[in-house]
Every structure is written in structure tokens, then in C-alpha cells.
Design a protein around this ligand. Structure first.
Ligand SMILES: NC(=O)c1ccc[n+]([C@@H]2O[C@H](COP(=O)([O-])OP(=O)(O)OC[C@H]3O[C@@H](n4cnc5c(N)ncnc54)[C@H](OP(=O)(O)O)[C@@H]3O)[C@@H](O)[C@H]2O)c1
Length: 231
């Protein structure tokens, strides 16, 4: 990958994905560091024909898989699991937390659920399901409390959120996004697909640019939450 920012020190300006993404991610008190990983078109959609595949590239997949190797758990919305299917993670350390109000439409016989590496995050008042759960909230999942449980019960110090836009919006609404790894695909896609977040109340969350890489016209941006001024 070509590193565009910070300005490369060497003439070639190349960097491996692992070197670029293997950075310290200190857990905030009581919960894991949360890194959001998404790909979007130039005109802002994150979904083409019901999936993200058309927006992605081999380098984008490498970023996603490298990040999975660096985190303890993934958190993903039930909609994405239903739309894209989620297999057993290839990285042995990785656990998967799927967020849902009821677990409806989930295939609990699928390899992901049979692997013993997946948990369903549900509201405390939702019906029993035949898989391990993390439960918090009433009616909807209290995501801050679920992240705290992921820290305590799953030993997660760093988690990667993998969408989709509804879960992202709920995470943003709870102010839980510490990092955004956003791939900008060199595509204009048209349509009315959802952007990175949907459903969060309007409000500005200031982020700091950490790096910009380039491969085949795709931009790989990394932003982190801007630290609050001391005092
Ligand atoms: N471009 C990308 O990088 C990218 C990444 C991921 C996904 N996607 C695309 O995004 C689309 C899916 O996104 P989406 O927004 O429709 O779905 P989603 O965010 O994946 O999942 C939404 C579902 O998650 C559950 N949920 C979210 N927040 C919740 C909360 N606080 N409490 C309880 N449940 C909660 C609900 O599940 P229940 O309905 O079960 O209650 C809700 O319907 C797919 O087309 C996928 O391909 C794109």
C-alpha cells in the first residue's frame, strides 16, 4: 500500500497493512476499545444490491482480515448476518457478538452458532434462544452495557464493529466509536443506499485523521476519536 498520510519518510512510501494497522488501542475504563470498519462509495452508499461486496477490493479485504487478527471480538448487526452470512472466524482468538432485538431469522444450526465462538446480544426482556447470550437493555440492546459484558465475560480488550449502518448508528448514538477504518471505493454508485450510520441523532463527534493509504484508487482512511482536552 502507498502511504499518503502521515507523509511518507522514504521515497517509496509503501507500508504493509499489518504495519499500518497494528497500533496500540487502549481500552477505555470498563469496556473494550471499539473500532468500526466499513467501506463506502464516493457518493456515500455502503450497500450495493443488498451487500457490500461490490464496493470492496482485495486490499480492502486484507484490511478487514488483518484487523480481525488484531482484535478480540467482532460486533455485528443481525441484519448484516442475515444479508451477508457470517462463517466461523478464521482467526482462532476471534469471538463474534451479533446484536438483535429477538434473534428472529437467525439460523442457529449454522456453523457460526455451532462453533461456540458466537454470542447473541439481546435485550434482557427478549425470549430465550438456544445459543449463548449477552443481555442488557429493555426492548433494544444497551450497547454500552453489552460492551462492558464483552470485556468481563469474553475478555475483550479491543473489538471491531463491522456494521451495518443501523448498528453503527446505535453505536454512535451511545458514543462508543473510538476508531473508524473507512475504505473509500473509487466508485459512484447512485441509488439510495444507506450511508455509514443510520438512525443516530444528529450531533458532531470530532475525529482525528491517523492515516491515509492508497491501493488501486481505493483510499484506506483511519480516524480515531479526538482526545478531550485535559481539565
Ligand atoms: N459497506 C460496508 O462496509 C458494510 C458493512 C456491513 C454491512 N453492510 C451492509 O449493510 C446492510 C445491513 O445493514 P442494516 O443497517 O440493514 O442492518 P445491521 O445494522 O447489520 O443490523 C440491524 C439489526 O441489528 C439489530 N440491532 C441494531 N441495533 C440494535 C440495538 N441497539 N438493539 C437491538 N438490536 C439492534 C436489529 O436486529 P433484529 O432485526 O434482529 O432485531 C436490527 O434490525 C447489508 O446490506 C450489508 O451488506 C455494509
Amino acid at each position: 500500500m502507498r502511504r499518503l498520510f502521515p507523509h511518507p519518510a522514504d521515497a517509496a512510501g509503501t507500508v504493509t497493512v499489518r504495519d499500518a494497522y497494528d497500533v496500540p488501542r487502549p481500552a477505555p475504563p470498563g469496556r473494550p476499545w471499539l473500532s468500526l470498519c466499513m467501506v463506502a462509495s464516493l457518493d456515500g452508499t455502503t450497500v450495493v444490491d443488498g451487500r457490500s461486496r461490490a464496493l470492496s477490493s482485495p486490499a480492502d479485504q486484507e484490511v478487514l482480515l488483518t484487523m480481525r487478527s488484531l482484535v478480540d471480538a467482532v460486533i455485528v448487526g443481525a441484519g448484516t448476518v442475515r444479508d451477508e452470512g457470517y462463517g466461523v472466524p478464521r482467526h482462532a482468538q476471534l469471538k463474534v457478538v451479533v446484536v438483535s432485538r429477538t434473534g428472529a431469522g437467525m439460523d442457529f444450526d449454522a456453523p457460526l452458532w455451532q462453533s461456540g465462538r458466537a454470542w447473541l446480544a439481546l435485550p434482557a426482556d427478549s425470549p430465550e434462544v438456544p445459543v449463548p447470550t449477552l443481555r442488557a437493555g429493555t426492548g433494544t440492546v444497551d450497547l454500552a452495557a453489552v460492551l462492558a459484558q464483552a470485556s468481563d465475560r469474553l475478555g475483550a480488550g479491543v473489538m471491531q464493529a463491522e456494521g451495518g449502518p443501523s448498528l453503527n448508528g446505535a453505536l454512535l448514538a451511545a458514543d462508543l466509536v473510538d476508531e473508524l477504518n473507512l475504505t473509500v471505493a473509487p466508485l459512484l454508485a447512485g441509488g439510495d443506499g444507506p450511508r455509514l450510520t443510520t438512525g443516530a441523532p444528529a450531533g458532531l463527534h470530532r475525529m482525528e485523521l491517523a492515516h491515509v493509504l492508497e491501493d488501486d484508487g481505493f483510499l484506506f482512511t483511519r480516524y480515531v476519536r479526538r482526545a478531550e482536552p485535559a481539565g
